[in-house]
Design a protein around this ligand. Structure first.
Ligand code: GDP
Length: 411
């Protein structure tokens, strides 16, 4: 069987056990060798500290920092069939931002809820983000089962609560697993403490996930990042966001609206005949046009919308609040255009999703809003549902990311 690689995010309220579960996985999959674990146990003992599995994650990250030969997004742990990359570790301040800006795209999410503490405000917030970002593979782990006497009734009631909560944000769990990250129950293998549970252990479930394949049949979208002169020829360097871009294809360059033919494709000295989604490359055009960063090369027969207004759902991350009408900027793929939130149709608190404020004039940290955004210049956008790569954006002020969002309507 071919090995696969899967990007995971671990989400859940603080202290519900994300780091402990990751530590447990590092240990039970043999990623951190036995000696290392022992060494850490000894250090804790010498320092009079209680040993915690969560320290293993910190230790692992610390070691990676010194290993310059590896890039930051690398395998955390492996099983017989799959390499797992944890694209952001819990506790990082950039965590929500990375998730919503799509800086790192998750193939699957693990939502951790403590059986002892139950659903808390960050559980709601993270669940909302999973729904917003359309992450389809969600595994819920009900942790700390050891603290509730491995009681089936507690688990059942958590299953109801969490399924209901996810339903409210438009998401559905693939499965819910009762575990104890600390004791190792139902993590790498099935536990004798919960004989009433007949589903898979957590690692078994992970190994059954799919790496979603890019949809090649979508219309071509290529986002220009930079322009270079190579041997007297203008080469537009960028990323294929969707579709297959072939040499000879007719493209429209948006938002300007010029038409051109793809003369050549260039990837590290090679000249492939087509580019696939996710691939970065250089493209030369005929005629060669005066375009720059932010231009989107699009399938001439299936154009995205070029608009100065869109409806969106946004998640406010900035500590500074925003008043309707203030000028900020929207970033989508390589585009950046000045904009304003023209109207807030609905605003609610991400900690419970209940507290709706109609006709709000302001967005503040951790608010969620359904808004209308107006841009000063035309921008290429699509509904997130149709093409996530051009349907996901951030609102920025200088380099400061204020909010992330998805386009619900681009007309
Ligand atoms: P995080 O903030 O979600 O990363 O949570 P941590 O992994 O740091 O865990 C928070 C606290 O809960 C720590 O004191 C852990 O030792 C404890 N903890 C985590 N998982 C379990 C568990 O399965 N059982 C018990 N009894 N304690 C746990």
């Amino acid at each position: 069987m071919e090995r696969t690689s899967l990007n995971l995010v671990f989400v859940g309220h603080v202290d519900h056990g994300k780091s402990t579960l990751i530590g447990r996985l590092l240990m039970d999959t043999g990623t951190l060798p036995e000696e290392k674990v022992e060494e850490l146990r000894q250090t804790c003992k010498d320092e009079g500290k209680e040993f915690r599995l969560a320290f293993l994650m910190d230790q692992f990250e610390e070691e990676r920092k010194f290993d310059m030969s590896i890039d930051t997004t690398q395998t955390f742990f492996k099983t017989a069939t799959c390499d797992y990359v944890i694209i952001d570790a819990p506790g990082h301040r950039e965590f929500l931002k990375n998730m919503i800006t799509g800086a790192s795209l998750a193939h699957a999410a693990v939502l951790i809820v403590s059986a002892k503490e139950g659903i808390q405000d960050q559980t709601w917030r993270h669940a909302y983000l999973l729904g917003l970002l359309g992450i389809e593979q969600i595994i819920v782990v009900v942790n700390k089962m050891d603290m509730v006497g491995y009681d089936e009734a507690v688990f059942r009631s958590m299953v109801n609560g969490v399924t209901n909560m996810l339903g409210q944000v438009g998401a559905k769990p693939m499965t819910l697993i009762p575990i104890s990250a600390q004791e190792g129950d139902n993590v790498a293998s099935k536990s004798d403490h919960m004989k009433w549970y007949d589903g898979p252990a957590f690692l078994e479930m992970l190994d059954s996930l799919q790496t979603p394949v890019a949809d090649m049949e979508k219309p071509v979208r290529f986002a220009v990042q930079d322009v270079y002169q190579v041997n007297g020829e203008t080469v537009f360097v960028g990323r294929t966001e969707a579709g297959r871009l072939c040499a000879g294809a007719k493209v429209k360059i948006l938002p300007a609206g010029h038409e051109a033919e793809v003369k050549g494709l260039h990837v590290f000295g090679a000249e492939p005949t087509e580019l696939v989604p996710g691939q970065c490359a250089g493209v030369s055009l005929s005629p060669s046009l005066d375009i720059g960063r932010g231009a989107i090369l699009s399938d001439a027969d299936a154009l995205p919308s070029v608009t100065k207004q869109c409806h969106a759902k946004i998640f406010w991350l900035g500590s500074k609040s925003y008043r309707v009408g203030e000028t900020i900027a929207v970033r989508c793929a390589t585009q950046e255009v000045p904009c304003r939130i023209e109207r807030i149709e609905r605003r609610f608190d991400s900690s419970d999703l209940q507290n709706k404020k109609e006709g709000a004039e302001e967005m503040a940290e951790t608010d969620i809003g359904e808004v209308v955004i107006a841009t000063d210049e035309p921008i290429v956008l699509e509904r997130f549902e149709d093409l996530p790569e051009l349907g996901r954006f951030t609102l920025v002020e200088g380099e400061n990311v204020l909010a992330g969002g998805i386009v619900t309507d681009s007309k």
